[in-house]
Every structure is written in C-alpha cells, then in structure tokens.
Design a protein around this ligand. Structure first.
Ligand code: ATP
Length: 196
C-alpha cells in the first residue's frame, strides 16, 4: 500500500486548498520552522481517524480548522483527503485507489467518506488497522511518549505494528455484543420467573 496523494483544505495552517502528490521512494518535506511540516503529518493521522486531539497538538476538534491569519478570515470547515494505492485487496476493498476523506465543522460535527461515500468512523478505523505496519507516523516527541506511556498504550503501538489492531477492534465489538446479549438473557430470565 502506498500513500499517493494528500489534499488539505482549511486544515490548521492550510487555508487555501493544497494537493501534495507523493512519488515512489522517500519524500522529504522541508521548510522553515512553523511553516506547517508537522501539520502535514497531523493531517495524515487525522484523516485516518485519529481521535486524540491532544496527539494532534490541539485540545478540541475546532483546533484543526484554520483559525485565521494576517488578512485572512477563519474558516468554518477543515477537510483532508488521503489517497492510498493498493495492489490486490490488502485493505479489504475492491479498488486500486482508496480515498479517505475527513471533514470537521466548528460545531464539532465530523464526516468520514471513503471514495466519496459517507461511512462510519468504524469503517475508517478498520481500514487504518488493515494498513498495519505499512503505516506509522512517528511525530515529534513520539519516542519520549513511548517511553513514558502506560504499558497498555505501549502494547497498542506494538499491536498496530504487528497488524493485529483490526482484530482487537473486532474483539472489542464482539465483547460489547456479548455483554449486551448477557444483559438481555438476565432480563429474559427475570421475565420468565415473573410468569412462573
Ligand atoms: P517546526 O520545524 O518548528 O517543527 P513545522 O514546519 O513542523 O515547524 P508546524 O508545527 O507544522 O510547523 O506548524 C505550526 C504552524 O501552524 C504555526 O504557525 C501555527 O500557528 C499554525 N497553525 C496550527 N494550527 C492552526 C490553525 N488552526 N489555524 C491557523 N494556523 C494554525
């Protein structure tokens, strides 16, 4: 799986729409301090469903929306589209190119799209999990964070690297269903007892 394109509009410092195309091999992004290099890495993680605004160097959803600049009014929406290219169907979808889009509005409402179709966050997380070790964004400070993380969080990183994060997602869902079914069973037993 290869990262092919990244489109940003209204995300952090990217007020005007920008499209970045990535060739095969290594891509280096260079620029002065504060010019938005890390914002590009943030955008990739955000489009792939990142839920922690703290790890995106913000506090809340609206922090990723362009806040205005010299002679430029703030925007009402941030949008990032990430295009991945796959050989075969390793991402579990029958397309060569998969574009994941995430939008957020100032009121915090979020939309996720895969190839232009509205999907749930869960679908995006499933896709991200199936990227497994192909996708790891090592941001500034991650090394420190890894060293100081709680063991459970650290295990999450290794699980992601080993490509089993998707299985954990399904396991969590299955556990939730099981708990619901157990609660239903208890309720049914109560009802039966009342009828007896
Ligand atoms: P360094 O080399 O210092 O790490 P960098 O190129 O990685 O810098 P970033 O951290 O990506 O820079 O960008 C920081 C810039 O993004 C700051 O100028 C900050 O004001 C701007 N920025 C962040 N969030 C927003 C926002 N919501 N609206 C407008 N600008 C923003």
């Amino acid at each position: 799986v290869r990262l092919k394109r990244l489109y940003l509009h209204g995300f952090k410092s990217f007020a005007t729409p920008v499209e970045l195309c990535f060739d095969r091999g290594i891509t280096a992004v260079v620029g002065p301090n504060g010019s938005g290099k890390s914002n590009i890495a943030d955008a990739i993680r955000w489009a792939l469903g990142e839920q922690s605004y703290g790890s995106l160097r913000g506090r809340q959803a609206s922090d990723v929306i362009f806040a205005g600049g010299p002679g430029r009014a703030p925007l009402g929406m941030a949008e990032v589209s990430l295009t991945l290219e796959q050989e075969g169907e390793s991402l579990g979808l029958p397309f060569t190119e998969i574009t994941v889009t995430r939008r957020v509005f100032r009121d915090g409402e979020s939309h996720y799209l895969i190839n232009g179709k509205r999907v749930r966050l869960r679908d995006v997380l499933q896709l991200t999990a199936s990227l497994g070790p192909d996708y790891t964004v090592i941001g500034q400070g991650l090394v420190d964070a890894v060293l100081s993380q709680r063991p459970a969080d650290r295990r999450g990183l290794f699980e992601h690297a080993a490509g089993i994060a998707g299985l954990r997602l399904r396991q969590d869902e299955a556990s939730a269903h099981l708990a619901q079914a157990e609660a239903n069973a208890v309720r049914l037993e109560d009802l039966l007892r009342e009828l007896e």
